[in-house]
Design a protein around this ligand. Structure first.
Ligand SMILES: Nc1ncnc2c1ncn2[C@@H]1O[C@H](COP(=O)(O)OP(=O)(O)OP(=O)(O)O)[C@@H](O)[C@H]1O
Ligand SMILES: [Mg+2]
Ligand SMILES: [Zn+2]
Length: 234
């Protein structure tokens, strides 16, 4: 849906051609301009939500479930969109569709998806602008849905870890939707009874307690969709 003023602008610039050109030619040109404006608006929305081109067509409806846990992950994604749950953690190996689902959730709810690394970069950049960090934190603690991808890249000791704890705590208090995505495993599944790859070890106690309260955690398994032949008929 185009904003009224964009539509009006398309019309105004073309309307004077009516009478000089055939009506169907003017109409076709108007439609072309409207389409272009809609594409620009869509691209701008994707940029704001930070949805990468690879995931621009990713929806919950085109996510294919090949395993039970993928069906569970899809159901959980639907539940966070509807507001049935407010926190979702997707854990799992490469190419099982975690970022696909999270991008679809962000598209449906509004908000932003960022990798932990990108958050670190944006945080560092914000120091160069007066009030930059406040603006960033304000956005991260108010967007309707925040998805933090590649959570495993957050290091406990970094300033980013402290910032993320603050952000997650605020979002919990404000009852806003949060998705965490990671290649890590749960401690109870750890082959060595506790290692840097354990998800819980990358969260501080305060956050663990908030997530324990009401997060849905899904361990997604399946074949890597990026592998040749993995997508079958898709
Ligand atoms: N079950 C699926 N149905 C449809 N498309 C899928 C599915 N799984 C993955 N894809 C597609 O395959 C590509 C890789 O998936 P995605 O990036 O979501 O995986 P990931 O679990 O985030 O992996 P990684 O841990 O490596 O980041 C994407 O283009 C995604 O749209
Ligand atoms: Mg991913
Ligand atoms: Zn471990």
């Amino acid at each position: 849906m185009l904003p009224a003023e964009t539509k009006a602008a398309c019309f105004l610039t073309l309307s004077h051609l009516k009478g000089y050109l055939r009506d169907d030619v003017v109409d076709a040109e108007m439609q072309r301009r409207e389409r272009e404006a809609a594409e620009r608006a869509e691209a701008e929305a994707m940029r704001r939500m930070n949805i990468e081109p690879e995931y621009r067509d990713a929806t919950l409806d085109n996510y294919v479930c090949r395993t039970e846990s993928q069906a569970e992950a899809l159901a959980a994604a639907r539940d966070i969109v509807s507001g049935k749950i407010l926190k979702l953690v997707l854990l799992g190996g490469n190419g099982v569709g975690k970022t696909h689902l999270a991008s679809a959730v962000i598209r449906a709810t509004g908000g932003v998806i960022l990798t932990a690394f990108e958050m670190g970069l944006r945080l560092r950049d914000s120091y160069n602008t007066r009030g930059g960090e406040d603006t960033l934190l304000d956005r991260w603690t108010h967007v309707p849905c925040l998805a933090v991808d590649e959570w495993e890249k957050v290091k406990q000791t970094e300033h980013l870890a402290a910032t993320l704890s603050y952000v997650l705590d605020k979002r919990h208090t404000r009852r806003l939707k949060t998705v965490l995505i990671s290649n890590q495993h749960l401690r109870r599944d750890c082959p060595s009874g506790g290692c840097p790859g354990c998800f819980e070890l990358s969260l501080n106690d305060a956050i663990i307690s908030r997530f324990r309260q009401d997060a849905r955690i899904v361990r997604v398994d399946g074949e890597d969709w990026r592998k040749k032949g993995a997508r079958g008929g898709h």
